[in-house]
Design a protein around this ligand. Structure first.
Ligand code: SF4
Ligand code: SF4
Length: 317
């Protein structure tokens, strides 16, 4: 894979400082039942990197110590971590909102037969990637049979109340464009998704997040190899909207990798760029210190968060 960081480091992106942390986004490990072509972390069934149980305990301690209101779980498939349900139950008992970045097909994996019911009982919010509402595009990105399994997953979640009118159980979907273009208008695309999924599959959901692809990892490498990197960066910069700076997730979110190391956001984690202020750098440091007011590490990839409508819901999906 071609490295994108050297092309991003010299940047005129405005400096940003952190505010109070409201979300801890934790990557529980790289094991996944799928092996999607676009996966940021090259997750798959044979990956063995999983968060240690002692670090899972630290997550709960940090939520308490820093009074953080939202725990956002990602991976891999976070549900495959053997301590997933224990972590969710403990966080919910603290009154913390828990988000599960769910690939939908995991609901039908052996051993996960009661997962959907567990998530509903615990009122876990679900964020699921559905890059298109057509079979062909989804199977191309995520593997054969993924679209049908995703549709079955959405139906199962709807049957439990997820995404249904008047229900407290939230089901949100995420869309990324397939190539080097900006996503279409989020409101219009959400309306298309709602109409198509209702009409063809009788599926309901709450919100659609339409996010730009970041010029890093596999997508960035693909842009370089096709000679499209500079053109894509020009597109992101031409669509820079200062109004998006206020809502950047790096102001209020701390991203944690499977080893407990801290980053300003999931994208910086994927680029392996440490926090700009260096310390605290590990979950255990957050027991006694916070990051409020510290500078964020920014580079040219940050233009992916400020182009057009902005990206407010990042993370591996
Ligand atoms: S993109 Fe998501 S579902 Fe696909 S392999 Fe990566 S973690 Fe798994
Ligand atoms: S990539 Fe986005 S979220 Fe991450 S530091 Fe840059 S602006 Fe913030």
């Amino acid at each position: 894979m071609l490295a994108t960081l050297p092309l991003l480091e010299v940047s005129d992106f405005p400096s940003i400082r952190r505010e109070k942390t409201s979300t801890l986004q934790v990557n529980l490990g790289y094991r996944c039942n799928l092996s999607c072509l676009h996966c940021h972390v090259a997750a798959g069934p044979n990956r063995t990197e999983m968060m240690l149980a002692e670090h899972i305990d630290l997550v709960i301690d940090v939520l308490k110590a820093r009074n953080i209101g939202t725990l956002d779980l990602t991976g891999g498939a976070p549900e495959l971590h053997e301590n997933f349900r224990e972590l969710v139950t403990k966080a919910r008992a603290l009154g913390v909102t828990v988000i599960d970045r769910c690939n939908l097909t995991i609901l039908f994996e052996p051993g996960q037969e009661t997962l959907a019911e567990f998530l509903a009982e615990q009122e876990v919010e679900i964020v699921a990637s559905l890059p298109c509402y057509s079979l062909e595009n989804v199977d191309k990105q995520r593997g054969k049979g993924t679209f049908d399994a995703s549709i079955e997953g959405l139906k199962k979640l709807n049957s439990l109340g997820y995404g249904m009118p008047g229900s407290a159980l939230k089901l949100n979907l995420v869309y990324n464009p397939q190539g080097p273009s900006l996503p279409p208008n989020q409101v219009a695309l959400e309306a298309d998704y709602k109409r198509e999924l209702k009409q063809h599959f009788d599926i309901e959901f709450n919100q659609l997040f339409a996010l730009a692809n970041m010029p890093i990892q596999r997508f960035g490498s693909m842009l370089i190899s096709k000679g499209q990197f500079d053109g894509y960066m020009d597109l992101l910069k031409a669509n820079y909207d200062e109004a998006n700076l206020a809502g950047l997730m790096c102001r209020s979110l701390i991203s944690v990798d499977w080893q407990g190391n801290l980053y300003d956001c999931d994208f910086n984690q994927q680029l392996n760029v440490a926090l700009a202020n260096e310390k605290p750098s590990h979950l255990r440091d957050l027991l006694t210190k916070d990051l409020d007011g510290k500078p964020v590490y920014v580079a040219d990839h940050c233009y992916g968060c400020t182009a057009g409508q902005g990206s407010s819901c990042g993370g591996a999906l």
